[in-house]
Design a protein around this ligand. Structure first.
Ligand SMILES: C[S@@+](CC[C@H](N)C(=O)[O-])C[C@H]1O[C@@H](n2cnc3c(N)ncnc32)[C@H](O)[C@@H]1O
Length: 302
């Protein structure tokens, strides 16, 4: 059964966004969990939400009917946020990855546990996972599995895919992978990394994230907050690198202030530790297990 998405790290997101009456961009509207919480946090908060998945339009319509002009929805990719948001905003939040509605909907083709068409397109348009699996060369497939899934057995799996084409369902792809992979000792599924890799490739997820992070430099006001929740190491690495390049840490900020040296970076990272879910949240929402929150505050530097 398709379950409604439970927002991950919601309290931590709200605290870091500091929603005290301002304009916030929710780049990943999904089931509207963050958006609603931001709108409810202060009567003057406004949200501009994005999602590339057209199936969330009905949820957006409902939020619109409740919050009126305080809410607007843009059915597009968050990489294009700076094209729509031209007045600087107080916060930009991203909760990247797939929603429960997407992963639990067999017809969307994201899950190796459910049988459905091998699709995986969040937007429903463009190249599907089946297009890639059935037309790319063995080397191209191995590269995708290795790069986006960090799959060490990428060549073995790519060979099995080529030998079993055409593959048009999630079930058949999972069976092909299982047939050449040993069962992992940790109880995970040997198809997991390959499915992740195809999903990232189909939706160009890493480039989307890089573009959104760069756009945050343009759309945030001084003191505006960037809050990003990610779910796997490839995403987290991109966010970490972005902040390494564009931010000073709180520790350095104090040094700069004491020594009267001007901060020359567009962000400050105020908290050293990555924020993760606590035991209570993990008990209620197993999907929060791999979630990591990083955040930063925009400075005056352009
Ligand atoms: C994890 S869910 C967000 C859930 C949301 N925070 C909530 O509380 O309901 C991620 C959502 O982001 C959307 N998404 C993923 N990548 C996107 C992109 N590049 N542009 C726009 N939306 C994207 C997905 O379609 C999905 O609905």
């Amino acid at each position: 059964m398709v379950q409604m998405h439970i927002p991950v790290l919601l309290d931590a997101v709200l605290t870091r966004l500091d929603c005290q009456g301002g304009v916030f961009v929710d780049g990943t509207f999904g089931a509207g969990g963050y958006t609603r919480a931001i709108l409810n946090a202060h009567p003057e908060n406004q949200v501009i939400a994005f999602d590339r998945d057209p199936t969330v339009q009905s949820i957006a319509d409902k939020v619109k009917s409740e919050f009126g002009d305080r809410f607007s929805f843009i059915p597009d990719c968050f990489s294009r946020v700076a094209e729509y948001v031209t007045n600087p905003v107080d916060g930009f939040v991203l909760d990247i990855g797939v929603s429960s509605m997407q992963i639990d909907g067999p017809e969307r083709g994201f899950s190796f546990r459910l049988s459905g068409p091998l699709d995986m397109r969040m937007s429903g348009v463009g190249q599907s996972a089946a297009d890639i699996v059935n037309s790319y060369s063995e080397k191209e497939l191995a590269d995708i599995l290795y790069t986006y899934g960090e799959e060490k057995q990428s060549r073995r799996i790519a060979k099995a895919i080529i030998e079993n084409r055409p593959i048009t369902t999630t079930q058949k792809l999972a069976e092909v992978i299982h047939s050449v992979m040993p069962r992992p000792k940790d109880g995970s599924d040997s198809a997991m990394r390959s499915f992740q890799a195809l999903r990232i490739c189909v939706n160009d997820e890493l480039e989307e994230l890089k573009s959104a992070l760069n756009a945050s430099l343009k759309i945030l006001k001084p003191q505006g907050r960037l809050v990003v929740v990610s779910f796997h190491s490839l995403e987290d690495r991109i966010i970490k690198e972005f902040l390494k390049e564009n931010a000073v840490s709180r520790q350095h900020k104090n040094k700069y202030i004491q020594d009267k040296v001007v901060i020359n970076k567009p962000f400050i990272v105020p908290e050293k530790e990555i924020v993760v879910a606590d035991d209570t949240e993990l008990k209620n929402n197993p999907r929060a297990h791999s979630a990591k929150l990083r955040w930063a505050i925009r400075t005056e530097v352009s």
